[in-house]
Design a protein around this ligand. Sequence first.
Ligand code: GLN
Ligand code: ZN
Length: 772
Amino acid sequence: MTTVFPSASLLGYPRIGRRRELKKAVEAYWAGRIDAAALDAAAKEIQLGTARRLVELGLRGAAAVPGTFSYYDQVLDAAAHVGAVPARFGNLLDADGRLDLDGYFTLARGNADQQPLEMTKWFDSNYHYLVPEIGPETTFALTSTRVVEEFEYALANGIETRPYLVGPVTFLLLSKASDDAPAGYSPLSRLEDILPVYVELLGRLAAAGASWVQLDEPALVVDQDVPVAGIQAAVARAYEVLTAATARPAILVSTPYGALTELLPTLAASNIEALHLDVFKGAVPAADQLALLAGKTVVAGAVDGHNIWRNDLAAAAATLDTLKAAGLTVAVSTSTSTQHVPHDVAEETQLPAQLRSWLAFADQKAVEVVTLAAHLADPASSATAIAEASAVIASRATAAGVRRPEVRARLAALTGADFARSAYTVREAAQERALALPALPTTTIGSFPQTAEIRGARARATKGELSAEQYTALMHDEIKRVVELQEELGFDVLVHGEPERNDMVQYFAENLEGFDVTVHGWVQSYGSRCTRPSILWGDVTREAPITVAWAEYAQSLTAKPMKGMLTGPVTILAWSFVRDDQPLGDTANQVALALRDEIADLEAAGIKIIQVDEPALRELLPLRRADQPAYLDWSVKSFRLATAGAADATQVHTHLCYSEFGVIIDAIDGLDADVTSIEAARSRMEVVNDLEAHGFGRGVGPGVYDIHSPRVPGAAEVTELLDTAVKHVPARQLWVNPDCGLKTRGYAETEESLRNLVDAARAVRAQLGAGV
Ligand code: GLN
Ligand code: ZN
């Protein structure tokens, strides 16, 4: 049997549905509004809709359409198939040894007694996967065959898809050691035990008629803690066993998110039939490496799956020509799954036509891949399309708003002084005089619960059902309520609660030049949660103050200091689709200058404390260690550029959403913020050890209230956390605050938790006495 790999395919496709149908169905199922049969029907409709759409767009032939549907997450899917259910969940398996959909959702979401699996970022994307827990006690077995059933369903409807599974090496590398595992335990040590389950699954897929399967191994493009030789051995062994399976589909191993350097020879030496290489972000391998791939199909990820810009087809065609000239069998695909981009640019009719012409969402990327595959077969057939893409891309360079001379001149004139504030001791003294705060000052991270009324008011304002004045009045009412609540609870530094913000990035994108926002451009963040990233396409300018009137109003309601609240440049970039025609650092500095002007205006309006949130600082950290210093350099600089114009007496805060500080603690220190609030409650203040070891010398607020759960921490519990903190961080540096914003919480638990937080701060203050 010849198993020719399809000349054009995508590595993966968005699975939430064009109108977020999956999100709606899954949430309705969780809420008990629809039953399992209705959920199954909704899922099938999405799967079949996707398959038909991709065929219509030109992905023809067996295995061209990726079977990348998931109810929640692809790593959880793999765990569900191999039976990796942590012992603490008890037996989630049915009598017949299967993990059903309810069990699957339990792993994802936890239950009354059990914490769900941990969630973490999927490579350098904004997608988050669930972290499997593997220990010596894990028994691997085929506990789900959903990937087979999904394949059979599509096939019964006339489309042979390409089933997708996270590959065994990546699965184990992404897993963490279970609670029961001994210290230093490596899940990769279970490779031999997990492989038979993959072999069994491959057999089932072959029996169902699958000619190809895609095993996704992105962990192979990342620097791992394990030495490379260990990974090479694991990869060699894994694919030795899988390719030796008696009945199996042909195997495509995909390696998205960067260049497959050290592992290329290993995979080349295996008997897999096809290897995907990310030749968009990663470079085309050198000739000697390419030579190793003779006899396999090289699936060239020449179209970016991760960002939304129209592909430079001429450049991609040249890359493909290089591969072909090396004598390889070449097929065309995307660099990564297109799960990171929205479905279809054609839906965004409100965008300016020129901007739209620059964009490619998943459907447009499918067409690009088809065009490039046609080029490989017959260059003449796609010459027109390639020329058109080149012309459109060229039009970006000269289009109004893409390059603003005044922005460029300002950036060119920056000097070192623009990135530096006075010495901290000078600032500290000035701030003490200006603010006169008590020891262990209490504050919150910014947002207060976004109630249905707030969201409703914003929706009505967007539709034009509320005038701007009516909307402002409603928001003022809300701000007043939040300020009064904080006064009543006894907070020292207040916030306005951010009711006017739909999202901490989109709000700024809507108020800055150089951005546009989409209407249907949702992408999955995790599970049923989606975000709608803005598009940063041009030079960034601030035409008018953005947050000043809100902050000024809030400050007018209280004698306590009111924090001005801004989103930092790195986070604005990280959570948007960012222009690809200049270095990220340059774009970040443009955003920084806009924020710098906003800070000056906040100061002029009497705001004495300004918080610039950078929750995404760590998210954008490059996957390869060699690339990290350059990133940390520009990201830290952009924060400093945004904040260094502040007067000595103005207290600059920042907020970061995680507690694994190790790698980036120097960078965090480099931000030079006067006060840094971080997540810490869940890890029981572990981060204070890092802070102590590093000798962190400025204000720090390790979160004492885990806002990711509705649970109310008691005052005694918070006191205990603070007691731990003061053992490691001098009390005079310490702030008392929750882990993160309160936007997703309800009022009942929030009020109670905040009351306990203030009580605990007072108790610890009393214990410390006047000696602070
Ligand atoms: N100020 C923001 C808020 O409180 C910060 C959110 C975040 O860190 N993700 O909502
Ligand atoms: Zn946060």
